[in-house]
Design a protein around this ligand. Structure first.
Ligand SMILES: Cc1ncc(COP(=O)(O)O)c(C=O)c1O
Length: 454
């Protein structure tokens, strides 16, 4: 795959004009924008307005699993623009039917039927609506720290941040403690979750329910909550406890499906297929494509009950061409195996950094969805929000884009998730930048005696 090493920079006037455009013409939807403007991206590399090469350890917003602008994805987009891009929502094109067939063949029984949407929030919204129709209930349980998207139903089951200031959310939402064994939510386990938090969580849910269960919706590796992998056995127990109470289990594999965690689907490790599976970010390889997948029995009951989820871009042919290309590349280029190998290597490098830098409290995660928690004091696990942001800023100056996921107690957890196609030398380059940035920021904090470093 061709990779840009550098590009001519934008002129000073052009850059100034764009910066003014940001101030004058753009709504700030998530705090401040990252201080670079990307003019081109390919593979794991972005080129900024200065013509500088910046390595991407975030896969964009976790969607560019196959790298930026993969030529086969570009070709699929071109093909769609020659054949068919958009239709009346009830008219189907071959690419849409084929992608649903393909997904049906990849998932285990009884999962079989799919609908194609655009975003992760939409896929979860559809899943929650199906669960409500199927069960006749309305109560939805998710994890503290979860992120399921910005639309009404999905956001009501999002407990990481952003709930204040927007008025009432959906009634009937509840939260289970996220099983974070580095910072056990019930102060019970260290290093390994024994699922006591799950039992405690359901004891509380059982007391709060009005007797109208609909769904438990969870991520198999919680991402926004701080890269928390559900330990072996947890998912099976969760499914049993949920189903016994009348909840359907919805697994939100927005970030984890299609190789990211070293399996095609994260639930494969546990052998626990959900009642409804939602797929998004990784399915579109950088384009907006999502799917809600369920069994024929659930689909039939919902259809009989009049299931409605009609959006402008449901079953759009263009993203379906892209989804087919993504699945083909994953199979042809052995992306799952490759992610497993690169993930193992990357983790070894991050463990080595942990040995070298006392401000790295924990390295965790699965496959190529890794977390690195920055602390001021390893013994006490003192959160280090400022230091983490200093490291992130320094990485960007040195040519590495990193992302901090927020956890209210921990402050700074890096989500380290490069494209699955990243080359070894690029991994080494990124880790070397991280090493330098951590060392410099930690030493600067020590010598100034500030909170950030010592
Ligand atoms: C696990 C998970 N589910 C759902 C979503 C929402 O996806 P989208 O932003 O495409 O609506 C996200 C987005 O970050 C996510 O991480």
């Amino acid at each position: 795959m061709p990779r840009p090493d550098s590009d001519p920079p934008l002129s000073a006037e052009e850059t100034e004009c764009l910066r003014r455009g940001i101030d004058e013409a753009m709504i700030r939807y998530a705090g401040a924008f990252t201080p670079l403007i990307v003019t081109r991206a390919s593979g794991a590399v972005m080129i900024d307005e200065r013509g500088r090469r910046v390595l991407d350890f975030t896969s964009g917003q976790m969607c560019a699993v196959l790298g930026h602008n993969h030529p086969d994805i570009t070709a699929a987009i071109h093909r769609a623009t020659r054949e068919v891009t958009h239709l009346l929502s009830t008219i189907l094109a071959p690419s849409v039917i084929r992608l649903c067939q393909r997904l049906g063949a990849l998932v285990p029984d009884p999962l079989a039927k799919s609908m194609l949407l655009n975003t992760g929030a939409e896929a979860n919204e559809a899943a929650i609506r199906m669960a409500k129709l199927f069960t006749g209930g309305f109560e939805v349980v998710s994890f503290g720290g979860s992120w399921h998207g910005m639309t009404g139903g999905a956001f009501s089951s999002t407990f990481s941040f952003g709930r204040q200031g927007y008025g009432p959310l959906m009634p009937g939402t509840g939260a289970l403690p996220a099983p974070n064994c580095y910072r056990c939510p019930i102060r019970h386990c260290t290093d390994r979750c024994d699922t006591t938090c799950l039992e405690v969580g359901f004891e509380l849910i059982d007391r709060q329910t009005t007797g109208a269960p609909a769904a438990v919706i969870v991520e198999p590796v919680l991402s926004a909550a701080g890269i928390i992998d559900l330990g072996p056995g947890y998912l099976a127990k969760l499914k049993t406890m949920a189903n016994d109470r009348g909840y359907l289990l919805i697994l939100d594999e927005a970030q984890t499906a299609f190789g990211r965690v070293g399996d095609l689907f994260a639930f494969e490790r546990d052998g626990v297929p959900p009642d409804i599976l939602t797929l998004s970010k990784t399915l579109g390889g950088g384009l907006p494509l999502a799917a809600t997948v369920t069994s024929a029995a659930i689909e039939e009951r919902c259809h009989q009950a009049g299931f409605l989820f009609l959006t402008s871009h449901v079953s759009d042919p263009l993203p379906a061409y892209v989804g087919l290309a993504v699945l083909e590349i994953i199979e042809r280029d052995r992306i799952v195996e490759r992610a497993r190998e690169t993930g193992r290597y990357l983790r070894e490098q991050l463990e080595a950094l942990r040995r070298a830098h006392e401000c790295i409290g924990d390295v965790r995660g699965r496959g190529m969805l890794l977390g690195m928690e920055i602390v001021l004091d390893r013994e006490r696990k003192t959160p280090a929000p400022e230091l983490g942001h200093q490291i992130m800023d320094r990485c960007l100056e040195l040519g590495l884009s990193m992302n901090i996921v927020r956890h209210p107690k921990a402050g700074s957890i890096f989500r380290i998730a490069p494209p699955l196609t990243i080359e070894r030398p690029e991994v080494d380059e990124g880790v070397a930048i991280l090493d330098q940035a951590i060392g410099e920021c930690w030493r600067a904090g020590q010598s100034s005696g500030s909170k950030s470093g010592g």
